[in-house]
Design a protein around this ligand. Structure first.
Ligand code: AMP
Length: 185
């Protein structure tokens, strides 16, 4: 089973992806985690990406599509994958579709965790205190939300048109959301 998790920053994509990974032997593929690893390793890609990440902007589509292509080609996907944080633009979604076609894979479900903006800000500021992520500050959060509305909502609509989308209330407690996800799969 191959799943995409969509939703605004702080909607719980990472948390739910980790739960699914354990319960269903799926591989979580988090582009945010992959980029943070590149930054921590001080790679050329990491240095380039960091500028965009700390400004709350998106890293270029070609870079992200290349990163996912490498990961998918490596195989080792257990019983399937959970994409968390990708695709974030329609161009990335199209790139993903082409890659999956070549690998003879399909997306089975797109789970959209919907959360109101005020809750996003509140959750991310709380996460800043706990995890100390550099991009969880008020200014960058606002920018990430704006980028999300402009570039990622069209991805939600794109999958809706393909009848793959399942909308869930990401504002609920972690257990409630994961129970809903379990029921839906
Ligand atoms: P995340 O941990 O998913 O919130 O990602 C943190 C940051 O990494 C984002 O604000 C972007 O700057 C960058 N990023 C992660 N995934 C993508 C993607 N699919 N496309 C472009 N930029 C991304």
């Amino acid at each position: 089973m191959n799943i995409i998790l969509l939703g605004p920053p702080g909607c719980g994509k990472g948390t739910q992806a980790k739960l699914l990974e354990r319960e269903r032997n799926l591989q979580q593929i988090s582009t945010g985690d992959m980029l943070r690893q590149e930054v921590a390793d001080g790679t050329e890609l990491g240095q380039q990406a960091q500028k965009f990440m700390s400004a709350g902007q998106l890293v270029a589509d070609e870079v992200m599509i290349g990163m996912i292509q490498n990961r998918l080609q490596r195989g080792d996907l257990g019983s399937g994958f959970i994409l968390d944080g990708f695709p974030r633009t329609v161009e990335q979604a199209q790139g993903l579709g082409a890659m999956l076609g070549e690998l003879d894979l399909t997306v089975d479900k797109v789970l959209y965790l919907k959360v109101p903006k005020e809750m996003v800000v509140e959750r991310l500021l709380k996460r800043a205190e706990i995890e100390g992520r550099a991009d969880d500050n008020q200014e960058t959060i606002e920018k990430r939300m704006e980028v999300y509305l402009q570039q990622t909502i069209p991805v939600v609509e794109w999958y809706q048109q393909q009848s793959l989308l399942l909308e869930l209330d990401g504002g609920k407690a972690i257990d409630e959301v994961s129970a809903k996800i379990r029921d839906s799969l």
